[in-house]
Design a protein around this ligand. Sequence first.
Ligand code: NCD
Length: 312
Amino acid sequence: MKTNMLYGQDILSADQFSQKFIQSISQEADVMRALVAKKGGSDILKGKIMTALFYEPSSRTIGSFITAMQRLGGGFVPLQGMTNSSVAKGETLADTVRTFASYSDIIVIRHSAVGAAAVAAEFSNKPVINAGDGPGEHPTQALLDMYTIMRHFGTVKGRTITMVGDMKNGRTVHSLAKLLSLYSGITIRFIAPPTLQFPDELRKKLIDAHCTVYSGDTLEDILPVTDALYVTRVQKERFTDLKEYEELKHRFVITPKTLRAMKKTAIIMHPLPRIGEIDMDVDLDPRAVYIREQMENGMYVRMALLKMILVR
Ligand code: NCD
């Protein structure tokens, strides 16, 4: 696939991607890494403007998209929280999107409703990137997660990826599982309390893609066979009953004891933010890549995506 095949395209779901695409975005991310190390950036996106339309909280996603745009010479309009925009007056998503599509060249949107990015794309004549639609998907996080996994293992073939935490509401889990299912010989294990298990209908899709999938609610016995442990936060904002959230939020906590049961070659990932589900003592272990690598990789992957979408 030529890198410019993404030119002018929306990114709404991990369903859009192929192995070939993941390979080309990873190569482009490597180029961006080298560029940042050498010169800090370039002016390839000079004259282009990105609107970051974030109806839900964000630190890393909005921050890495903005720095990605700036490092490539572009500008941005940051709209975060919406209390100071016309959204607080009751403006519809369609009108807000049409407004910023007329000012800028690309819209990155995060919203609490599943499908909101797709709706935005309908009303936008500029490319739209889904930066998280409620408990739906978060495709660009999945790309940076794949990039992180591939950089470590070279290939995902034959690997066991264990995801733990909130499999029901974790949008990063949904998108990453879809990308993993593109590869053969992969085993995915979903570990969650019974009420937060991976959605059945998505699970069927993985099985149709010939993926080996297991679900369970105990972690201990699979730690020794896990190559990548992908830890997630229980998604408080998706609960109506906060008592239930409090009961479940620390059902799985990764500690140095967890690490002792894991392979020396394994990696521990987290899309972040963590709310206590990884003990800070784990951070120093060389296998912990969430702070040392994963979030920085997000910036390179987003630089690559913005370039591919905006430059023919
Ligand atoms: C995730 C998200 O927003 O889905 N954060 C992120 O983008 N890195 C994960 C989370 O909030 O738990």
